[in-house]
Design a protein around this ligand. Structure first.
Ligand code: DX5
Ligand code: ZN
Length: 213
């Protein structure tokens, strides 16, 4: 059972970057709760995406919470620029760093929410020691780096395990669609990140509604 309100966070990675404002207005009108911003450095992951300058421009045109997912090797270095650009929540990867508590303290020093993410092959035990310090856990259901990949089922038991011991937000990211959404919600996730399923839909309202249903 999942008693939390289900939020949908469309991933801008699947938006049309030449028409970002238009796409953001479309997901806003379709009922998006948060905007998920995928930051990649070409080092922690093989792809390169966007930096603080883009986040700043996005901040200027929307009031939706900006859920910034740092898939980068040195998150501590970029926490401040991304927060100054207007991020509301910063999620870093446990695989990227040695001292997660320092990054969490840094994020919280700006009075922003902190999240930690685990890749598909990373065990939930790796974040056990910091669960009481983070506001959100993001469970990756694809290998980070690219949108449009297929959902990895082993994310579901990980969400279940986490939900038993963690009361904060659990977000799931990668390959989410109307077929796998009920299973991840049942397992205990309350935030669904979705890129291709939302931005590729003919009817975005309907797509977001189906994810929540
Ligand atoms: C993958 C990103 C995801 C991804 C989601 O590295 O973190 O946010 O773009 O996109 P879909 O829903 O298309 O897998
Ligand atoms: Zn993401």
């Amino acid at each position: 059972m999942n008693n939390k309100k289900i939020l949908v966070a469309p991933s801008l990675l699947s938006a049309d970057f030449a028409n970002l404002q238009q796409d953001i207005k479309r997901v806003e009108a379709a009922g998006a709760d948060w905007l998920h911003v995928d930051v990649m450095d070409g080092h922690f992951v093989p792809n390169i995406t966007i930096g603080p300058v883009v986040v700043r421009s996005v901040r200027n045109i929307t009031k939706l919470p900006l859920d910034v997912h740092l898939m980068i090797s040195d998150p501590a270095k970029y926490v401040e620029p991304f927060i100054k650009a207007g991020s509301d929540l910063i999620t870093f990867h446990i695989e990227a760093i040695k001292d997660p508590e320092a990054v969490i303290r840094l994020i919280k020093s700006f009075k922003k929410r902190a999240g930690v993410s685990i890749k598909p092959k990373t065990d939930t035990s790796s974040i056990k020691a910091i669960l009481d310090k983070v506001d959100l856990v993001l469970v990756m259901s694809v290998e980070p780096g690219f949108g449009g990949q297929e959902f990895i089922e082993s994310a579901v038991p990980k969400i279940k395990e986490l939900r038993k011991v963690y009361k904060g937000d659990i977000s799931v990211d990668g390959g989410i669609n109307d077929k796998n959404a009920p299973g991840v919600i049942e397992a205990g996730a309350n935030i669904l990140v979705a890129g291709n399923y939302v931005f590729g839909a003919k009817d975005m309202n309907d797509a977001i509604r189906r994810l929540r249903a």
